[in-house]
Write a protein of this length. Structure first.
Length: 315
């Protein structure tokens, strides 16, 4: 990679020759390009994770008396996108090299419009069959594929010495999308009711549009980025690859599993919550009290009583 080579065409955002290991070129402009792509990759991946787990929120807006779907049926609606997302990660992994990292980030972000619009449509039609709900939920798996393409793309931008930091930041920023959409759902339930799922969908339609637009404006394609399906298949021959896969099930799998099913469990009256709105109020009470006590701990002793008394007002 040379200084000239890292300059991006204003018209098509293509970088024909990229060598992240070239220290001189990296310090003279390459690092800034990689950082810009990382930032907007995180944003798009973050939204993707949110849509991937959108049904963990939607089930809170689905009282059985209206939708006629029991607890077991709701858990299947939450689980199916996870399965689909895992499967489509294979083609999503090779997509950045085939179509360009910027191009595919735009396309994969726009694909999130499909599950979001379908979710909005079916949630307003509680009389729809359970099969229809399952088909719509399956499309949310698109969000899970975004993780694979985003990680592959960012991996190509960074030198070996910085890959761990960059990929960790990329993954972490994306993963946070799961709890964020759940907090959005709880805010809607507490502020309005559990009869307005369209508000959650509308918020994320805007977020998807922003992710696609920002990717189109600020990200780049690497002309020399390559994918090797043969190498992916070759990895299956090594026991270490299988060991890491099982460790991944226990780490990332637990993260996705616990978070996506948490709200469904909280919405169960067996845990003391009589309605989804109680879940929202419970979260807000906890957040208000915890936040104010943390604030009080950082203030002089003379002001702490005043801050702590505000707990009552906050609740």
């Amino acid at each position: 990679m040379t200084v000239v080579a890292v300059k991006t065409s204003r018209r098509n955002h293509n970088i024909e020759h990229w060598d992240a290991e070239d220290v001189a070129a990296w310090e003279s402009g390459g690092a800034a390009i990689a950082k810009r792509n990382l930032i907007w990759s995180i944003f798009a991946e973050h939204v993707g994770f949110s849509i991937w787990s959108i049904w963990s929120v939607m089930v809170l807006f689905m009282p059985q008396a209206v939708y006629h779907i029991d607890a077991a049926g709701k858990f299947y609606l939450v689980a199916l996108p996870t399965l689909i997302g895992a499967i489509i990660r294979i083609p999503y992994t090779v997509a950045p090299a085939r179509f360009g990292g910027r191009n595919w980030t735009v396309v994969s972000a726009l694909l999130l419009l499909i599950p979001t619009l379908l979710t909005l449509w079916v949630m307003k039609r509680p009389e729809s069959s359970y099969t229809t709900f399952m088909i719509v939920a399956a499309f949310a798996g698109f969000g899970g594929g975004n993780f694979a393409s985003s990680m592959t793309n960012i991996n190509a931008f960074y030198p070996q010495r910085l890959k761990g930091w960059a990929l960790g930041l990329n993954a972490g920023g994306g993963n946070i999308g799961v709890p964020v959409i759940q907090l959005v759902g709880l805010l809607v339930i507490a502020a309005v009711s559990n009869t307005a799922p369209e508000i959650v969908c509308a918020i994320y339609l805007v977020a998807i549009a922003m992710a696609a637009l920002c990717a189109a404006l600020f990200m780049d394609n690497l002309g020399n980025q390559r994918s090797n399906l043969g190498a992916m298949a070759e990895a299956l021959r090594y026991s270490d690859a299988w060991v890491m896969s099982f460790l991944y099930i226990g780490t990332f799998g637990s993260f996705i599993g616990f978070l996506t099913f948490l709200e469904g469990c909280l919405g169960s009256s067996a845990l003391g919550f009589e309605s989804p709105r109680d879940v929202g109020y419970g979260f807000h009470r906890f957040a208000a009290v915890y936040g104010r006590r943390r604030l009080a701990a950082r203030r002089p002793a003379t002001t702490r009583p005043l801050i702590e008394r505000s707990d009552v007002i906050a609740v």
